[in-house]
Design a protein around this ligand. Structure first.
Ligand SMILES: [Zn+2]
Length: 319
């Protein structure tokens, strides 16, 4: 009897334990993948760089970037190489970015870059390199910043290769790099001819085009004052599903701060196309984006898409 009682008691406890485990399992299993599972933070930054000590430039290592991200509530950041000779004062190669981010891939997301003018690099060679970088962990292509027209056959071949691999292309557009004319007809031809690729616009020429009434020189500037009707950006958003905007750098901030009323309305109207970004690349760099977009007091669901969810969706990040 005693034995039976003992067995019963043990059986009861086992059954109870199994029951709670099952309940717990059901609860965990039933919980959908949610934002809680991503690294914590208000933002995903679509545009940062790491830097080596070069001339008077101070280095910026992965640990420094992570500390800065913690201080600014940034959960994850895309780290962009700079390989085009027009892009920076020294090359930041894809291999450097891969190596530096290797121990922090939950928070630092590497992109890769190839110069479209690279000698002896065949069309197939470009594809092989992109696949190699993808296997190594890269989630996109950029920063594309070559001294060629946006609509250039060498660019088109590279963009087509990115589409085949599934890389979004983050490009810098001004009067020196990925050049175009007011109204952005070159970019429009690219969007039309490579509809399978996804593009992310950045820099002065792109952001000046939030406004109409532009002259060529404006594509290298930070125009002030009221945004005029007829801007190429809204037209491209309305016509092509494959173009997004990176709000980083002085150019991105200026496009919204020059006319805050228009800026806030633009955030709401085109919330599905906007990606939060800073272009942080140097210690002590001043970044206006945090205060600026906070001052717009955007609805919670607009903030969620713009500040983090659009980027995660576009890059296929999972928790
Ligand atoms: Zn940059």
């Amino acid at each position: 009897m005693k034995t039976t009682q003992n067995i019963s008691r043990r059986a009861f406890h086992q059954a109870a334990l199994a029951g709670s485990a099952a309940l717990l399992g059901a609860a965990v299993g039933a919980k959908p993948a949610s934002a809680d599972a991503f690294p914590k933070g208000k933002y995903v930054d679509i545009h940062t760089h790491l830097g080596q000590k070069w001339g008077t430039k101070e280095k910026l290592e992965a640990v420094d970037l992570l500390k800065w991200m913690d201080a600014h509530d940034i959960a994850q950041a895309v780290v962009l190489p700079l390989v085009n000779p027009e892009s920076w004062d020294h090359p930041l190669t894809t291999d450097f970015v891969l190596k530096e981010t290797a121990a922090h891939r939950d928070r630092l997301i590497p992109f890769c870059a190839v110069d479209p003018r690279t000698i002896n690099l065949s069309s197939q060679g470009k594809r092989d390199i992109l696949r190699k970088y993808q296997d190594a962990g890269c989630k996109g292509f950029g920063e594309s910043k070559p001294g060629v027209p946006m609509y250039d056959p060498r660019n088109l071949d590279l963009f087509q290769a990115c589409a085949e691999v599934g890389f979004p292309v983050l490009f810098h557009l001004d009067n020196q790099r990925n050049t175009d004319t007011p109204g952005l007809p070159g970019l429009e031809k690219v969007l039309k001819e490579v509809p399978e690729a996804t593009f992310i616009g950045h820099a002065q020429g792109w952001w000046a085009s939030i406004s109409g009434g532009l002259e060529q020189a404006n594509l290298q500037q930070y125009p002030k004052g009221k945004v005029l009707p007829g801007g190429a950006m809204g037209r491209l958003f309305d016509t092509y599903p494959n173009i997004y905007a990176d709000v980083s750098a002085g150019s991105g901030a200026n496009a919204f701060s020059r006319d805050p009323e228009h800026g806030r309305a633009f955030c709401i109207k085109y919330v599905d196309r906007l990606l939060f970004g800073t272009d942080y690349l140097m210690p002590e760099q001043v970044v206006p984006q945090f205060e600026l977009f906070d001052s717009f007091d955007l609805p919670e669901e607009v903030q969620a898409k713009f500040f983090r969810d659009n980027a995660r969706k576009l890059l296929g990040l999972s928790a």
